[in-house]
Design a protein around this ligand. Structure first.
Ligand code: UDP
Ligand code: MG
Length: 322
């Protein structure tokens, strides 16, 4: 049997509506896992407050005061789902042997944890939760999400299909993750790079418990964009190929126009000139934009800004330190 202190890490942004119920269901799950000896008694449920504007943090604090099972991490401001999750994982890394990350709305099936832990005890260091169906998602969400996975694959980013951020990671895997210093963070793309023995657990995705999605279209597009540009340089390569292609075409056009010139029929050509000015101009602008995107990324990376700042870490295990 491997070491088995489990910390469940849950990023929360304005989740006051679901938190009490989430906490209750998670506690039930943890208790049953403890009773079966799958996890240690000093395991924890850690809520990460991602700069919520509602009562999320007070609720977390209350839970922590009532029951040593609950712990909380409070970020100094909203940093987005991925950064909040990373903040949670990195904060608890040295206190536990296993982490499972899950969303606050319990769309992901808690019962999949049993199988994840089983796989961990059989030697896996990363276990991905994968949705078998997305029937409870709206058509729009399903469509956009699936197009995203396909696009990622096409662009060469190695992600697990239909896996969000519901996954088990061992301490070793977390150590690995902590070595990735990138500021432009897309965990789903980075975790597969860590290595170790991995496996997959499938489950059915439920509806959001209450409240509404904290991922409006704008944030979703942001995540998709982040995912592509922080993982792959294929867009740049694509531009290079396009450049070659256009060069070849322009050589042919040059030969053609010279031939026309020597044959003495050069009065026409206005259309082709205008077309090429606009065509190439547009292409140049587009390419500049994409290249600029990467330069922007480099700019941000070189700054090495902190990815998150922690205001408080509430955990009964640490209370004696203070
Ligand atoms: N979340 C967060 N910071 C944000 C947005 C979302 O920590 O800026 C959390 C949110 O509280 C939830 C998880 O990320 O636990 C996933 O969000 P949500 O369920 O709204 O996304 P969806 O399931 O609709 O993609
Ligand atoms: Mg959700």
């Amino acid at each position: 049997m491997r070491e088995n202190i489990l910390y469940v890490v849950i990023p929360c942004y304005n989740e006051e509506e679901v938190l009490p119920e989430t906490a209750r269901q998670l506690k039930e799950k943890m208790t049953s896992l403890m009773e079966r000896g799958l996890i240690a008694r000093d395991s924890r449920i850690v809520f990460v407050n991602d700069g919520s504007k509602d009562r999320t943090w007070p609720i977390i604090r209350e839970l922590y005061e009532q029951d040593p099972l609950y712990a909380g991490v409070n970020l100094t401001r909203n940093r987005g789902h991925q950064n909040a999750l990373l903040a949670g994982l990195m904060t608890v890394k040295d206190d536990c042997d296993i982490t499972i990350s899950i969303d606050a709305d319990l769309q992901d099936d808690l019962d999949a944890m049993d199988e994840m832990l089983e796989k961990y005890h059989n030697g896996c260091d990363i276990v991905y939760g994968v949705r078998s169906k997305r029937e409870t998602d709206t058509f729009f969400k399903r469509f956009t999400a699936q197009s995203f996975y396909k696009l990622m694959k096409l662009l060469g980013a190695d992600t697990i299909y239909n896996h969000a951020d519901y996954r088990l990671m061992s301490k070793a895997a977390l150590e690995g993750l902590s070595q990735f210093k990138e500021v432009n963070l897309f965990l789903r793309g980075i975790v597969p790079m860590i290595g170790y023995d991995t496996d997959v657990v499938t489950y059915e995705r439920h509806e959001r418990l209450a409240g509404e999605s904290k991922y409006p279209l704008k944030k979703m597009l942001g995540l998709a964009f982040e995912g592509i540009t922080s993982l792959s340089v294929k867009p740049i390569r694509f531009i290079t190929f396009l450049g070659f292609f256009i060069m070849a075409v322009s050589i042919i056009v040059a030969i053609y126009s010279l031939v026309q010139y020597f044959m003495g029929s050069t009065t026409q050509g206005w259309t082709s000139i205008v077309l090429s000015i606009w065509g190439v101009g547009g292409l140049l602008l587009f390419s500049l934009g994409v290249v600029g995107e990467y330069i922007g990324k480099i700019y941000l990376e070189t700054k090495e800004r902190p990815r998150f700042l922690i205001r408080e870490y509430l955990n009964r295990n640490h209370d004696n330190d203070r």
